[in-house]
Design a protein around this ligand. Structure first.
Ligand code: IPE
Ligand code: IPE
Ligand code: MG
Length: 243
């Protein structure tokens, strides 16, 4: 069982990177430009997370529901994923980042899946940060596939769901801190099981404007939270007991 502990430093941070489209629209730009700016925020945030000692960062980049967006936006996002993998692979490797993609692979194009395989293999030895990017990801889909695989206890389900998310999922059942940018306060099918006891942190900041300062503000607030996991909170000792 998980014991009560002070929320000192989150090992695993999840971020629902929302607001690219609105960021662009408000500037009179095309939504595609918002996604492009979002890619820079990914770079900044991954670097800030590694500097802050976060071990695992899971970023929600494309939900399974996002296939319902206009075909042009979807194909542009897929192109951006390929651009990111091509442009950043060396830098990720040099900075010791292990990259994993979670989510379904069977609906991604052949070029992208090949690039994902290569990037995962090339960065497999990275120890500075485990960067997991969720593409064609649906938490419900992971839970349903895990449940279909076996009759399971909640503990076993965690491992099965992590495995259903992808080969790098195992051992990463718990999210400590879950951040959502863009002002909405919902989970949108992200890490439903894993975030059962995550501390939640919402900001109105649009994802392309997010950076180290915001991450550090979230981490600071996290460290002040009292995580009770269903137990009673830490209380100061009563005066009589101290005397
Ligand atoms: C998040 O930003 C990125 C993806 C879902 C791919 P959005 O594209 O959802 O931006 P808004 O919410 O429309 O502003
Ligand atoms: C959630 O954002 C998915 C990602 C950030 C990739 P959406 O913009 O797709 O979610 P909704 O539509 O606000 O729920
Ligand atoms: Mg959105």
């Amino acid at each position: 069982m998980q014991s009560q502990r002070r929320a000192a430093a989150p090992r695993h941070v999840g971020i629902i990177m929302d607001g690219n489209g609105r960021w662009a629209t408000r500037r009179g730009l095309a939504r595609a430009q918002g996604h492009e700016a979002g890619m820079h925020a990914v770079r900044r945030t991954a670097e800030a997370a590694a500097n802050a000692g976060v071990q695992t960062l899971t970023l929600f980049a494309f939900s399974s529901a996002n296939w319902k967006r206009p075909a042009g936006e979807v194909s542009n996002l897929m192109r951006l994923f390929r651009v990111y993998l091509r442009a950043d692979l060396q830098r990720l490797k040099q900075s010791g980042v292990r990259l994993s993609i979670i989510g379904r692979r069977d609906r991604l194009g052949e070029d992208l899946t090949l690039q994902i395989d290569q990037a995962e293999a090339a960065t497999a030895q990275g120890r500075a940060l485990h960067l997991r990017v969720a593409i064609d990801y649906s938490a419900r889909d992971c839970i349903a596939r895990a449940a279909a695989a076996a009759q399971a206890t909640p503990e076993r389900m965690g491992a099965l769901i992590a495995r259903a998310a992808g080969p790098e999922g195992e051992g990463l059942e718990e999210v400590d801190l879950l951040i959502r940018t863009g002002g909405e306060k919902r989970l949108s099918d992200f890490l439903l099981w894993e975030a059962a006891y995550a501390e939640l942190w919402f900001t109105d900041r649009m994802w392309p404007d997010f950076g180290a300062e915001d991450l550090n503000a979230a981490l600071a607030e996290f460290s002040a939270r009292n995580r009770t996991f269903g137990m009673v909170p830490d209380e100061p000792r009563p005066a009589a007991a101290v005397a």
